[in-house]
Design a binder for this molecule. Structure first.
Ligand code: M6R
Length: 611
């Protein structure tokens, strides 16, 4: 999704802006641009490219731009195709420049009005209306900050913006509504960025804007105003560097590194959260026991992979704690008039903490009669973690690859801990909790063992390279894992894949099965194994090619059309976490064979900050 960075100081900012942009690359984008102000005459120099930040770097190496204040952007196209003229920063008459992340929903009306007043547009974007609106207020005699504040009141939708005017040298005006934007406080320099990570090299002191607030920055100070123009006091927060290095650490791709980081990330998320025999209830906040004791129902929301984690949690919570639990796709929940059971806990899941639909779901929950709102997230400074009543860190470490891996397995671990604490408040037997906790202690080693399937998956992947469609099957907690396996394959290798509950096969998808259709089954040894085995017979009878992930002794017989992949045996409650790993490896290696852009697949973004 679009990324914003801006800097104003006493020294040259070109390198700072490029460094900030490169730190935002993980979000996914298709073009990039930069505008730097010549502080002696206020004029802007702008360079925009379609493609990677490196192309911008190459161009600027040939012809650097000097100046000590500027804004820069990575664009993920929504309105108008990726092209230089649609890239940001947008500019009007060389006097006003803008970067924008988000979507202006009323841009067509605004554009028509501005055109009727004589305005001329250079791009197809929704963003360009902002620069025209602000310019009109400046022509009416306002300064940049006041013009931005008035302009904002005309906008519908979500945005984070940064603007500069040639009349106010060295000044950046930034504002947000529903999209992320942070302010970094430096020494003789101040910054704006789409996230803390983008400014990490320059400062550890941050200010966080609320929606509809506006900040005015120059090299010496930052002043914040609310939507009515009143000055707001906001405390600076220190966000310490958590030692997350953004490099591939010797792996070919960030995704490969992140898959292999899972033993460590799971160890980290468990640290201090389990004793030798039980889960530490305070993991979920000081009031956790009180809140969970009162909880009579849960609503868990998320998007994509986070939604699949919610689905697994629903099985755990209802099975272990016997508490009714709903798992919903955030973009559906936000527009649904869901009936709310008494004493419901609202739980959002989000790696980035900035998914627009999940934030909107939280905002809706805040207007409803929920007992408490909770978030499990991976970015402690994110909107969802900051704005929920309580927040629990996944501790996955920075996840750069667009395809989520370690965030999924760590959030599953945290959800299982939550299910156990909730279950304890409902009289779940201590001996059973002890048994699961003992198994959790060995989970990182189990994951290490499963990672040993790497070579096998590499070889197996060759059989999938020419396939156009793949079906993933599972039952119970492994049904969402089948969907997660299918999603990983879709996004990485652009192969059409579906995840289905194996019992549904004969109600439709069986019609697709023939010799050309690989069917991947997630079939650990548990109470549903016999059922899965019968479902797979239905595939064999239609000539389908089966790939069965299962553990030793499950009596699957390999054959020309049945490939068995043995996964180390694990406590039945933990198997969805363990069985995720080989599916990640399989999708990754299929994508390697196909030569796709693994860390930044086409058309999708890491942090989906627009609806
Ligand atoms: O940051 P979030 O967890 O809110 O992101 C939700 C989805 O956009 C994300 O999980 C997406 O589905 C991933 N690309 C999956 O690999």
């Amino acid at each position: 999704m679009c990324g914003i960075v801006g800097a104003t100081g006493t020294a040259a900012v070109q390198a700072t802006l490029l460094e900030g942009l490169s730190r935002l690359e993980y979000r996914g984008y298709d073009s990039a641009g930069i505008a730097i102000q010549n502080t002696s005459n206020g004029a802007f120099n702008r360079v925009r490219v379609v493609g990677k930040v490196q192309q911008l770097v190459d161009q600027l190496e040939q012809k650097p731009i000097s100046g000590s204040a500027g804004i820069a952007h990575t664009r993920w196209a929504t309105h108008g195709k990726p092209s230089e003229r649609n890239s940001h920063p947008h500019m009007l008459d060389g006097r006003l420049t803008l970067v924008h992340n988000g979507i202006i929903e009323n841009f067509l009306e605004l554009r028509a009005d501005i055109t009727a007043r004589g305005g001329r547009f250079e791009s197809d974007t929704d963003s360009e209306v902002i620069v025209h609106l602000v310019a009109e207020f400046i022509h009416g005699g306002m300064n940049l900050a006041e013009a931005v504040r008035r302009g904002m009141s005309k906008l519908e939708g979500a945005f984070a913006i940064g603007l500069m005017s040639s009349a106010e040298r060295g000044q950046i005006v930034a504002a947000k509504r529903g999209c992320p934007l942070v302010i970094g406080i430096g020494k003789n320099a101040n910054f704006i960025g789409s996230d803390v990570l983008s400014l990490r090299s320059f400062t550890d002191r941050f200010l966080f804007l609320e929606d509809d607030e506006l900040a005015v920055l120059d090299s010496e100070q930052v002043t914040i105003f609310d939507g009515d123009g009143n000055q707001v006091d906001r405390a600076t927060e220190i966000v310490l560097d958590q030692g997350d290095r953004i490099d591939k650490g010797g792996y070919r791709h960030f995704m490969e590194k992140e898959i292999h980081a899972q033993p460590e990330s799971i160890r980290n998320t468990l640290e201090g959260r389990i004793t030798s025999s039980e889960v530490v209830a305070q993991t979920f906040g000081i009031e956790a026991v009180d809140v969970l004791e009162k909880t009579e129902a849960l609503t868990i929301v998320g998007c994509g992979t986070s939604f699949y984690a919610a689905l697994v949690a629903r099985y755990w919570i209802e099975d272990l704690a016997r508490v009714p639990c709903d798992a919903e796709i955030a973009s559906e929940f936000r527009y649904r008039n869901a009936a709310l059971p008494k004493n419901s806990l609202f739980l959002s899941l989000s790696q980035s903490g900035e998914s627009a639909d999940t934030i909107a779901a939280l905002r809706l929950a805040q207007t409803r009669d929920y007992l408490h709102t909770m978030n499990i997230g991976n970015v402690t400074t994110s909107t969802l973690m900051r704005d929920s009543d309580s927040a629990i860190a996944m501790r996955a470490g920075v996840e750069v690859s667009v395809a989520s891996t370690k965030a999924f397995t760590t959030v599953l671990v945290d959800l299982l801990l939550l299910a156990l604490v909730l279950a304890r408040t409902r009289g779940f037997p201590g001996e059973e909790e002890r048994e699961i906790v003992r198994a959790l202690h060995t989970l990182p080693e189990k994951i290490e063992q499963v990672l040993g399937l790497k070579e096998r998956m590499q070889t197996l992947a060759e059989e999938f390279v020419t396939k156009k469609h793949v079906l993933f099957l599972g039952r119970g907690t492994h049904y969402p894992i089948a969907m997660e396996g299918a999603l990983k394959l879709k996004e990485l290798s652009y192969t059409h894949a579906e995840g289905y509950p194996a019992g549904e096969l004969k109600h439709g998808p069986l019609a697709l099965v023939d010799r050309k259709m690989p069917v991947v089954a997630v079939a650990p040894s548990n109470e549903l194994l016999r059922k899965v085995q019968s479902n797979l017979q239905e595939v064999r009878a239609r000539g389908g090619k089966l790939y069965v992930f299962t553990d030793e002794g499950t009596e699957f017989v390999p054959g020309p059309d049945v490939t068995i992949i043995e996964v180390p045996e694990v406590h039945r409650v933990l198997s969805p976490i363990v069985y995720t790993i080989p599916l990640q490896l399989l999708a990754y290696h299929i994508a390697v064979h196909k030569g796709t852009d693994i860390d930044q697949p086409r058309n999708i973004a890491k942090s989906v900050t627009v609806e």
